[in-house]
Every structure is written in C-alpha cells, then in structure tokens.
Design a protein around this ligand. Structure first.
Ligand code: SAM
Ligand code: SF4
Length: 340
C-alpha cells in the first residue's frame, strides 16, 4: 500500500469505461517535451520546443493526476521528452508517489539517473524503463546524436543499486543501425537481472533522418535472431499494451516485443496519455484529444468539472490506431510530445 492511505481502501472503483467496454486504469504523463538527447527516430536535430506558458505547471499535472486516480486510475507512468530534465521534477514525483496507486513508474533515457535514482526510489517509484539502443559508444552517439553511453551506463548502475522492483531496458531496433546488437543488448540486460523490450519504430512526426520503411526491422526478425542463441518461453503476461513477453530460459529475465505494425493490440488498450501541454490523447496513433489545460485554467481548483471532462473524453476514445509504414505519417506530433 502506498504512503498516506494506510487503513483506507487503496483504489477507487474504475469509472473510466469507453464505448468499446475497455476500462482505462493507466495514465501516461509527459511532463516535458524537452530532452537532452535527440534520438533519430524521435526528434529532429533542431527542435522547436513549447513555450513555457503552454506547458502544464507541476501543480496542474499533480491536480490532473489526482482527478484520474479518483476516477480509478491505478497506474501512472511519468515520461517525456526526458522527464528528469524538468525543473523540480522530484517535487511532482513525491506528490504522485503519495497517491493511492498500484504503481508509479518512470520511463527515462538514463542520463540523469546517477543523480536521481535513490530519490526516485524513495518517492515510491516501483519500476523504471531505461532506453538504450546500443552498447557501442560511437553508435550510441549516432543514434542519440549527442548522447554519452558512459553516462547512461552509470545511470543504469545507480538504478540497480537503488533497488527498484524491476528495471527494463527499451531498445528501438532499426535495420542496419543496431539490428545486429539484439543479442548483446539481451545479454547485457539478462546478466544484470533486467528485462528488455524491443520496439518497432512508429511513424510519429516527420523523420528526415531515415526512411522508416527501409529501417523497419520487425519483432519477428528480432525473435528469430534471438532464438538462434537462447530459448524463449512464451508467457501470458500482458500490460494491456502492445508488448508480448517471453521468459528467457537461460537468464530467467523477460524479453518483450512492442510491435505496433505486426501485432494489433488496440482491443486490450487500457491507457490514455497526457501531453506536456495538457492535451489528453485517447490513442497514441490518432489525434482524438481533449484540452485539459483549458479545463484546469478556466476552472482553477474545480475537481468535479475536471473529472467530468475526463469522463466525457471516454466517448471519443477510438477503436484503434492506423499505422501504415508505406504512407506519410498521419500523426505529425513527435514521440517527445506524446510520451511513448
Ligand atoms: N526520454 C525518455 C526515453 O527515451 O526513455 C522517455 C520518453 S521516450 C519518447 C519513450 C520511449 O519512446 C523510448 O523508449 C523511445 O525509444 C521510444 N520512442 C521514441 N520515438 C519512437 C518512435 N518513433 N517509435 C517507437 N518508439 C519511439
Ligand atoms: Fe529524448 Fe527519449 Fe526522444 Fe530519445 S527517445 S530524443 S531520449 S525523448
């Protein structure tokens, strides 16, 4: 049970149910669109970030998170941009960590983890995902454009020392950039007791770095590569998202495949996303959204009005996404706006 609620019922009954009968109990919050890296599949080299006034304040984010928890959300993931570059982020993490959640989790590029890992654990963060696409310093630099592999590896070590329930590595695999590292990345994670998920690139935002169809390396390709060296045992575990998990017999750790192209997952979708500017996105692959920044700024402190706007948003959650590698992206926001 989380802090502050000892003796109380931990979770509120789910109240967010969409037209297709799916219960929404998972909120992903992008706390900033900014980042200290420029990964080629996520951002352009030169990015125009949001003016500060358009970004939700930490207080507004905390208030919106509380509304969701009162409506039955049990899991919150904090993401970005890079969440740990947001000023005073730990204040928000402590606030979220005191909510009656089943779990508070974080997705980070690891660049600031050496500084923050212990405090994140103290703030009740249960699990963290760290993005790592290569173990070769030059290649890591190429993919992130500016990143330093050493710093991220030190961040991962700090997270291991801090004692999170689980650490997972996320790797976006691109053909001819890093597809030859899937085994090394899997071993790196497995040797350290960490899980790993391989992600197919999604067509979010215009990408001038590479041709997405040409760089596509499917989850099935990755799985075939791994199965030459280790035994993958299918598990029934699901997070209600696009991941399918396997247990690696040799290490006991898990490998997941996030396959928006090759495996449709929308019928299980249990999540919504809050962007840094306060747009509630009902689907990662569609533009349906509700402007919660407008709601909280027009009615400061009015929890019931906010909760009603969130309940009403369920009516526009679409049935599913519509990714198509061959076509131009239909979604023009980059992943840093959305939070992954
Ligand atoms: N900065 C943090 C990080 O990199 O983990 C959190 C935000 S990042 C947008 C969240 C995840 O989205 C990362 O694992 C990243 O690799 C992934 N991602 C970014 N752009 C993507 C794209 N176009 N397709 C698939 N995954 C993407
Ligand atoms: Fe930054 Fe994460 Fe996007 Fe890379 S994937 S540019 S680390 S937000």
């Amino acid at each position: 049970m989380n802090g502050g609620l000892i003796g109380m019922t931990a979770y509120t009954t789910p109240q967010l149910i969409d037209r297709f009968g799916r219960t929404v109990n998972y909120l992903r919050i992008s706390v900033t669109d900014r980042c200290d890296l420029r990964c080629v599949y996520c951002m352009e080299e030169e990015m125009q970030f949001l003016p500060r006034a358009q970004v939700l304040t930490l207080e507004e984010i905390g208030f919106i998170a509380r509304a969701f928890v009162e409506l039955g959300v049990q899991k919150i993931r904090v993401t970005g941009g890079e969440p740990l570059v947001r000023r005073n982020i730990m204040k928000l993490m402590h606030e979220l960590g005191a909510l009656p959640l089943r779990e508070l989790v974080l997705t980070t590029n690891g660049s600031q983890l050496a500084r923050y890992a212990a405090e994140l654990k103290a703030a009740n963060v249960k699990r963290i995902n760290v993005s790592l696409d290569s173990l070769k310093p030059d290649r890591f630099r190429q993919i992130t454009r500016v990143g330093d592999l050493k710093v991220v590896l030190a961040g991962i070590e700090a997270a291991r020392e801090a004692g999170f329930e689980r650490i997972k590595i996320n790797a976006v695999i691109l053909k001819n950039r890093n597809h030859d590292e899937v085994l090394d990345l899997t071993r790196f994670a497995g040797d350290r007791g960490m899980d790993i998920s391989f992600i197919e690139e999604m067509p979010l935002g215009v990408n001038s770095d590479h041709d997405r169809a040409e760089a596509y390396y499917s989850s099935d390709d990755i799985r075939r590569d791994l199965e030459r060296h280790c035994t993958l045992i299918p598990t029934a575990e699901t997070t209600g998202g696009p991941s399918r998990y396997f247990r690696i017999q040799e290490t006991g750790t898990r490998v997941g495949f996030i396959s928006p192209h090759s495996h449709n997952f929308c019928h299980l979708c249990n999540r919504v996303r809050l962007t840094a500017e306060g747009r509630l996105l009902l689907c990662l692959g569609q533009e349906h959204s509700v402007d919660l920044r407008h709601v909280v700024r027009a009615h400061p402190g009015a929890m019931e009005i906010l909760k009603q706007a969130i309940r009403d948003s369920m009516a526009i959650k679409p049935r599913g996404h519509d990714f198509n590698l061959a076509a131009q992206p239909v979604i023009f926001r980059h992943m840093n706006m959305t939070g992954g």
